[in-house]
Ligand binder design. Structure first.
Ligand code: PLP
Length: 436
């Protein structure tokens, strides 16, 4: 058992000497100071010895985000968009302010942005609001089974729903390259005259690679729609919906420092006409007429947001965006790339490390904070348990990949803006002592 063979690590003076603390890296462009940033995160302040390396699952929350949520309940708890009293009208205005800020953050128009309960909800809505309404017998949908199952399962589910209605669609898988990016040849071979939509991820949640969207857009015919999962790129790199070449964009708030329970769906405005809502109710842009239900497609939110939405979590987008912009998305991106490379260089020195596809297995110049690996001779679950006992939180398991069920897992390190070089050095020391 791993736990029997591991001893408490001591951080070597050499390790710290070669990689100085926090922000004082030798990279001249690296001006970000994670030590100061950490002060804004109550959970990190309270647990200074914890290495939180599971940011791809969720980020820690800055104090302003927590205060926004608690203040909603403590100070002016109301519903929005319904009543004429001041708490309610002020709240409605702040919800719309959050929408406006979010739209600006992704360079979208406010009418094209809807709040959902998370990326999974958004990705399911693409399949149901668009797919259910548009796919015909014989149509094909392309997915990569090495993508997160929140992006792939909705299409298999839709296939079943349509089958019950007597329509047969095919979900056709395409492959991922061993580098951790999509295999373009496989995509080219899988495309057919019946392909209607392809589900892509922007940055892979296990391999950490950015997909080359301009190149993919050139490969994929214009009539094939792209549903893009930006869960691992939002808050890591600038998102500009006008340049991504996608028709649908989905992400969660909790992975970009906002509260849990809310996400975003953006739909290219030309496509709104093809959508049909799958839930309607209070505040829906829907009206019962003698001819049946009439849908008003003026805004995406009118088609998506039915009933009371997660108001405090939506409000928390405001301080979350403010937090990101106070640092600068380019600085965050640069810091993550810098840390990923330093982590890779340090792990490379350990003979037992076998890298997963991604930055550890290819000559990529850029990282987004995600690096996955196995230690030969060690079970990843044991490794994760041991790391947990040392206060280091990494993710193992199937990583929500339909294609990896039952296989030994990779351990995934996922970093964010508050992670430091010292933490990486400590992590590598712990691994080195454990295996050495
Ligand atoms: C790439 C990707 N897509 C979708 C999701 C689902 O996000 P959520 O659970 O917030 O809906 C995740 C979550 O880890 C993810 O990494």
């Amino acid at each position: 058992m791993l736990t029997n063979t591991l001893t408490t690590p001591a951080i070597s003076a050499n390790a710290l000497a070669c990689c100085p603390t926090g922000s004082s890296s030798k990279d001249p462009l690296h001006v970000l100071n994670p030590a100061t940033i950490r002060q804004q995160f109550p959970a990190l302040r309270k647990n200074p010895d914890v290495l939180f390396f599971d940011n791809a699952a969720t980020t820690q929350k800055p104090a302003e985000v927590i205060e926004t949520v608690t203040n909603f309940y403590r100070e002016q708890c109301a519903n929005s968009g319904r009543a004429a009293y001041s708490w309610s009208t002020k709240l409605s205005a702040r919800v719309e302010q959050a929408r406006t800020e979010l739209a600006r953050f992704i360079k979208a128009s406010v009418d094209d942005v809807a709040f959902t309960s998370g990326a999974t909800d958004s990705l399911n809505l693409v399949a149901t609001m668009w797919g259910l309404n548009n796919l015909q017998d014989g149509d094909e949908v392309m997915v990569c089974l090495e993508d997160h199952q929140s992006a792939t399962l909705p299409w298999f589910n839709l296939q079943q729903i349509l089958e019950r209605q007597g329509k047969s669609i095919t979900v056709v898988p395409f492959k991922m390259h061993s580098s951790g990016t999509y295999d373009r040849e496989s995509i080219a071979e899988t495309l057919s005259a019946r392909t209607r939509i392809i589900a892509l991820s922007h940055v892979h949640h296990l391999y950490g690679m950015e997909m080359d969207l301009p190149e993919l857009r050139r490969l994929i015919p214009d009539n094939v729609l792209i549903s893009l999962d930006a869960s691992q790129s939002i808050g890591h790199t600038a998102i500009d919906v006008t340049r991504l070449g996608a028709h649908f964009l989905s992400f969660s708030g909790h992975k970009m420092f906002a509260a849990n329970g809310t996400g975003v769906l953006w739909v290219k405005p030309e496509l709104r006409v093809q959508l049909w809502p799958v839930r309607v109710g209070a505040k829906s842009a829907a009206e019962i007429t003698p001819d049946g239900l009439m849908i008003d497609r003026t805004t995406l939110s009118g088609l998506v947001e039915a009933g009371t939405v997660n108001l405090p979590a939506i409000l928390s987008f405001l301080p979350a965006i403010q937090f990101i912009e106070s640092i600068g998305i380019e600085q965050i991106e640069h810091h993550l790339s810098f840390l990923t490379h330093r982590l890779y260089e340090s792990l490379k020195a350990l003979p037992q490390v076998e890298f997963a596809p991604g930055i550890g297995a290819c000559n990529c110049t850029k990282g987004y904070g995600i690096l996955s690996f196995q230690l030969s001779g060690f079970d990843s679950a044991d490794l994760a348990a041991y790391l947990d006992s040392m206060g280091i939180f990494v993710r193992t398991g199937d990583h929500c990949l339909a294609s990896r069920k039952g296989q030994d897992a990779f351990a995934r390190v996922s970093l964010h803006v508050y992670n430091t070089l010292e933490e990486i050095e400590r992590f590598v020391e712990v691994l080195s002592d454990a295996t050495g």
